[in-house]
Design a protein around this ligand. Structure first.
Ligand code: PA5
Length: 449
């Protein structure tokens, strides 16, 4: 039997009045049921809820076959996408890969990310790097009109065609987009690119278990069937028929809201494995875009520890007491390294000689947890038995369903992101996009002031 991730709440509960978390039981149970029944706000975006259990082996095979074609024909694969259209893939690829060779798994292609910024130097340096390589592109955009991604795709497609010829380029460009609309769909159909559909009812930040995440992860050489199996098992473990006392996603949603109501406005996701850095980024988007609206929402922050104990550690230990911490704790590392002996022992660390580095890390983690608790920071712990595809699948689904319930408890629609449009409107007005002329002058004046 597979092991499961666990949630430890006691060091957060101790900061709250007795029964404060349990008081959320009726509301969180109702929230879980509303997701199930499709009666909640944003109910046209619930396609992620039973996505893991609906993925068939034939679909996994199709993704793997496309990944294989790309792997065989490319030295580099550029994943063009932003927000939900790239963070999940990056999180899993980095978590599973060798830290220093994650860009090149099993002698497979280098996986690179573009279309997630408008940095001219970034694009120039990427194009320069690709100029001597056989590269392919996975163009991911649900809307098909996102500026950052469209810009990167224009540049990369032209370069790919110039380097490989139009015919060969067609074989190594894949589109993941809407079934019918948007520029990415029109181009894919016109050019005959292999394409996958992002279901209408799955929003970007909930899309990592669609081809949006699965294809890049498969291209990196990782086991997407195990990832999906982990998510499907967590789907069962967090179902409506699993009561609050055993349902870790309900407990997480309830605890977050109990802490928020007690004035803890910032959640810091912490890891003790640098490989989880991009998982932090994916989680920040998931919770930030889902909950930060209507003047409400826990601010999702993140740190990599012990690295950031030497930067943010001071603030966490002794800054304003409006924070709580959720630590992802990985039980078993994949490697075995011992603390070395040094004849001179100038650093005084020979007392650690022969201990596993992970033992030192685990003690740093335990010591930090106690220090933070003593400093007034409620602490939640998500224990992952291993950092493998199966448990990452569990973690992803746990966070997704926990997010849906948490947002509903907060009283917002967790599945929209109207605030994201504000910067786009100003940017388009400033850049003179047709249709934005009316706002253009007023915005220019304000910028000039
Ligand atoms: O979660 C979301 O919906 C967003 O972060 C989107 O994923 C992001 O804006 C990219 O959009 P698109 O896939 O349409 O290019």
């Amino acid at each position: 039997m597979e092991t499961s991730i666990r949630l430890v709440l006691k060091d957060a509960a101790s900061f709250l009045p007795c029964g404060a978390v349990e008081a959320f039981k009726p509301a969180v149970t109702a929230a879980r049921q509303a997701l199930e029944d499709g009666t909640c706000a944003g109910n046209d975006f619930l396609g992620w809820l039973h996505l893991p259990s609906s993925i068939t082996p034939a679909f996994i095979d199709e993704i793997n076959a496309t990944a294989q074609t790309l792997r065989e024909n490319c030295d580099a694969i550029v994943v063009a996408g932003i927000g939900g259209s790239y963070l999940g893939a990056r999180a899993v690829i980095e978590a599973l890969g060798n830290t220093f060779a994650w860009l090149r798994q099993d002698n497979g292609p280098v996986i690179l990310f573009a279309g997630n910024n408008i940095g001219e130097d970034y694009l120039a340096e990427l194009c320069d790097y690709l100029s001597t390589r056989r590269f392919g592109i996975i163009n991911i955009s649900k809307s098909g009109t996102t500026t950052e991604t469209a810009l990167a795709f224009r540049l990369l497609r032209a370069q790919c065609e110039a380097q490989r010829g139009k015919e060969e380029a067609r074989r190594v460009i894949v589109a993941i987009t809407d079934a019918k609309k948007g520029a990415a769909r029109v181009t894919a159909d016109k050019e005959g690119y292999k394409s996958f559909i992002i279901p209408d009812n799955v929003g970007g930040r909930f899309s990592v278990l669609t081809p949006v995440g699965l294809l890049p992860i498969a291209c990196a050489g990782f086991d997407i069937a195990a990832l999906v199996k982990g998510a499907a098992d967590m789907e069962k473990a967090c179902g409506t028929d699993v009561a609050f006392e055993d349902n870790i996603a309900m407990q997480y949603a309830a605890m977050r809201n109990a802490l928020y109501q007690a004035g803890k406005k910032i959640e810091i996701l912490a890891n003790y494995q640098p490989k989880l850095h991009s998982m932090n980024e994916w989680w920040k988007q998931l919770y930030g875009e889902s909950e930060g609206k209507d003047g409400k929402g826990i601010f999702p922050a993140a740190v990599d520890l012990t690295t950031d104990l030497h930067s943010m550690g001071q603030w966490i230990q002794a800054g304003e007491r409006t924070i709580f911490e959720t630590v992802i704790s990985v039980e078993q590392p994949e490697h075995h390294v011992l603390f070395p002996h040094d004849d001179e022992n100038l650093d005084g660390l020979n007392f650690l000689e022969g201990k596993r580095v992970d033992e030192v890390n685990k003690n740093a983690e335990a010591g930090t947890r106690l220090a933070h608790i003593d400093g007034g920071v409620p602490n939640l712990r998500i224990v992952m038995p291993r950092l493998d595809a199966y448990h990452l699948g569990q973690l992803i689904y746990f966070f997704e369903v926990g997010c849906g319930m948490s947002g509903l408890l907060l009283g917002v629609n967790p599945f929209d992101q109207p605030g994201v449009e504000a910067y786009k409107k100003n940017m388009f007005a400033l850049l003179g996009k047709p249709g934005y002329e009316a706002q253009s002058e007023a915005i220019r004046k304000r910028i000039a002031e």
